[in-house]
Design a protein around this ligand. Structure first.
Ligand SMILES: [Zn+2]
Length: 249
């Protein structure tokens, strides 16, 4: 059985990222999702798309990411580089990603060689597998992955981790602190994100007039009337979390 089905991978931090993930969906969609995930891990400026790590990710040139792609099927030879990289010990805060595109083209022999490292990769190493058809992936591989089934819609809707948290996936306070620790956020952006969150809940409220949604909207709107002072965006989000997170559970 699959270990976990989850579609929101955007709330992961370096600390919570699972060792092996499988993105299932159309090639363009899973590729985009992978880039977004890598940006969360390597961009220090909110997946800005413009910094050097963001550009290196897009151009598949980042030094801590190995992209693999089969000619037809994967061959054992093709995995040589992967295994020799895995044998190198990373620095304590270093992270390295293996991206296996078209993972539905892993032969059983290749898949078997990957089982052990995927289950317990050496510290700092992560696997991301991309596939169009999950049913063509060996169950032994699938059972080691957190599976994200992605539609092109999921990708269009994906947004800043804070928006994800406040619209889709409220998290416990320790996880929320980790998200704040790993995102850089400025005052103007804070207000834009808050607008997105409020619009989301206003749409929800139009569809279903639920009381707790109304109470939540009130809190969000009240917060938007008191924008953060320069340098206090993190405190702003922390406060908003404390005031509002009960409305989500
Ligand atoms: Zn960036």
């Amino acid at each position: 059985m699959d270990k976990k089905q989850e579609s929101s991978f955007l709330t992961y931090t370096r600390q919570t990222l699972p060792p092996a993930q499988l993105f299932v969906g159309q090639q363009g969609t899973t590729l985009k999702a992978t880039e977004q995930l890598l940006q969360i891990m390597f961009c220090t400026n909110n997946s800005c798309n413009t910094c050097i790590p963001c550009m290196q990710i897009r151009e598949k040139q980042h030094h801590a990411i190995m992209w693999l792609h089969p000619e037809k099927n994967y061959t054992i030879d093709q995995l040589d580089d992967l295994f020799s990289t895995l044998s190198l010990q990373l620095q304590p805060d270093e992270h390295f990603f293996f991206i296996l595109q078209k993972a539905d083209f892993l032969t059983p022999a290749c898949a078997n060689k990957l089982l052990k490292p995927m289950e317990e990769p050496p510290t700092g190493y992560h696997f991301v597998l991309l596939a169009e058809h999950a049913e063509q992936i060996l169950p032994t591989i699938k059972s080691r992955c957190t599976i994200h089934t992605l539609s092109s819609e999921t990708i269009q809707q994906t947004s800043h981790p804070l928006v994800e948290v406040f619209t889709k996936k409220m998290v416990a306070s320790n996880e929320f602190s980790k998200i704040l620790d790993t995102t850089t956020i400025h005052e103007r952006e804070t207000m834009e994100l808050l607008d997105d969150i409020i619009s989301h809940w206003l749409r929800e409220y139009q569809q279903q007039k639920k009381e707790h949604v109304c109470s939540l909207i009130t809190k969000l709107q009240r917060a938007s009337l008191q924008p953060p002072m320069p340098g206090s965006s993190v405190a702003f989000w922390r406060n908003l979390y404390l005031q509002a997170h009960n409305d989500y559970f």
